[in-house]
Design a binder for this molecule. Structure first.
Ligand SMILES: NC(=O)c1ccc[n+]([C@@H]2O[C@H](COP(=O)([O-])OP(=O)(O)OC[C@H]3O[C@@H](n4cnc5c(N)ncnc54)[C@H](O)[C@@H]3O)[C@@H](O)[C@H]2O)c1
Length: 443
């Protein structure tokens, strides 16, 4: 049997074993989805504490339940480890490690490179390697494959590589990993066929594209599209506010158009691991082709200015509604997660906003039912360790103003409407309480 037939047969008989490297927001739902569909996976993470927790049936992410992990363990379909030598036991290796930017907005591929080097150490004939981390077009071809070939094995002779972008949307209850169509691209037709068969076992729809770099471009296009459209609506928010028009009302009406319009919503700024970061992967790569990426730069500029806009609105609101200055005001921020119903604080716009407010002399407490304590970060070290005011101790009326930053469902907005002296609302959650419109300022 030739190599492709061997791998194909493993997939068809169910003998194939997945190896998911990086058990975070992307990797963990992936192994859970595989287990639910009877596909066995070994999960690899550099952090042994994570592997230990998972092996005892505990999830560390709100988006994957303990039950899901226990189910996979009990069925013998999942096991986590920090022992990378066990990569040899898996057949289809999926890389889901972080792809951040460094302080100069340059792609930091060190996690992908380290993982590729580790795989190269244990690479064997018959391995298929799929990169799922978001990155610029050309990464598989120019970075991952050459590292894998340092093992002495040859792509398309001894092993196969593919790129398949991850489209996970943590916290989105309408879509699970299996129901989100999955794009796959490979330079070799055999690799594409194997990827279609493998992912087809636990993903409802697999969408093939002609090569890895097209698949890499698909992902980056999707996230640039979001970043640019969010920037557009943030810009419109500021303009319409000056004109006395409520952007939220405009969007609600505009989205009744059944074609040619798609709603995006303004907010206090971009957050998360993807939208503020991924577009700059393309900007960086485009320089190699002497191509500017003006839309990306402009969107970045507008989105990054949003916390300052919320600061200005807060100062204005305190001044006009309470004859108070920011300096000395007590503020309660609702939500510090970067988006609703998740405990993910990465790149959250809440952090620059807290810093800006405190630079002006305000005293800021926060309440976030999903984030009991702010984790230390490189850029906002001073906020690390700050604790959420628990619901039972919340004295909303004691604050000069309440700022809605994240529209978590678990926040009691009726209580906010009843007790707050003044509300600065960057998410339009208070629109459902028309009685408090007079003390609400949209930001
Ligand atoms: N979070 C999302 O919603 C989302 C959506 C789509 C795509 N992505 C992309 O997926 C990739 C992963 O993102 P994430 O949010 O899951 O990150 P994450 O930080 O939640 O998880 C990454 C995991 O990889 C582990 N890790 C780091 N280096 C490792 C190594 N050398 N070997 C083994 N494990 C290692 C970390 O310990 C961590 O558990 C990124 O490229 C991201 O852009 C993320």
């Amino acid at each position: 049997m030739n190599l492709v037939s061997e791998i194909r047969s493993k997939i068809e008989t169910g003998a194939i074993i997945g190896g998911v490297i990086g058990l975070g927001y992307v990797g963990l739902p992936l192994v859970s989805s595989m287990a639910r569909n009877g596909v066995k996976a070994i999960g690899f993470d550099i952090d042994p504490a994570k592997a230990g927790m998972l092996n005892s049936g505990k999830s560390y992410l709100e988006t994957v339940s303990d039950e899901e992990i226990s189910y996979a363990l009990e069925k013998g379909l999942f096991e986590a480890t920090a022992d990378m030598s066990r990569l040899k036991e898996a057949d289809f290796l999926i890389i889901c490690v972080p792809t951040p930017l460094d302080e100069h907005k340059t792609p930091d591929l060190s996690y992908v490179e380290d993982t590729s080097r580790t795989i190269a150490t244990y690479l064997r004939r018959g391995h298929v390697v799929s990169l799922e981390s978001t990155t610029y077009p050309g990464t598989m071809e120019e970075v991952v494959k050459p590292i894998l070939e340092q093992s002495g094995l040859k792509d398309a002779e001894d092993f196969y590589v593919i790129y398949s972008p991850e489209r996970e949307d943590p916290g989105n209850k309408d879509f699970k990993t299996h129901s989100i169509p999955k794009v796959v691209g490979a330079d070799q037709p055999e690799a594409l066929e194997l990827a279609m068969r493998f992912y087809g076992k636990f993903i409802d729809t697999v969408v093939p594209v002609r090569n890895a770099k097209t698949a890499e471009a698909v992902k980056i296009t999707e996230n640039i599209f979001r970043a640019v459209n969010i920037a557009l609506v943030n810009e419109l928010k500021v303009i319409y506010d000056r004109m006395g028009i409520d952007v939220w009302e405009v969007i609600e009406a505009a989205k009744t158009k059944p074609f040619g319009y798609m709603p995006f919503y303004p907010g206090p700024g971009l957050g998360g691991h993807c939208i503020p970061i991924d577009p700059f992967y393309l900007s960086w790569k485009a320089q190699e082709y002497d191509m500017p990426t003006r839309f990306i730069e402009l969107a970045g500029e507008i989105n990054i200015s949003m916390p300052r806009y919320v600061l200005e609105k807060t100062a204005w609101a305190l001044n006009h509604h309470a004859s108070k200055a920011l300096n000395g005001s007590r503020l309660l921020m609702l939500g510090v997660a970067y988006k609703k119903n998740v405990n993910d604080q990465r790149e959250s716009p809440a952090f620059p906003l807290i810093r800006l407010l405190e630079e002006q002399g305000a005293r800021v407490d926060f309440h976030d039912p999903h984030i009991p304590e702010i984790l230390p970060t490189r850029h906002f070290a001073e906020l690390g360790g700050r604790k959420s005011v628990e619901r039972d101790s919340l004295d909303i009326a004691a604050y000069d103003a309440v700022l809605v930053v994240t529209d978590h469902d678990a926040i009691d907005y009726a209580l906010v409407a009843e007790s707050a002296k003044l509300i600065i609302d960057s998410r339009n959650v208070m629109a459902r309480f028309p009685d408090v419109a007079k003390k609400t300022v949209k930001a």
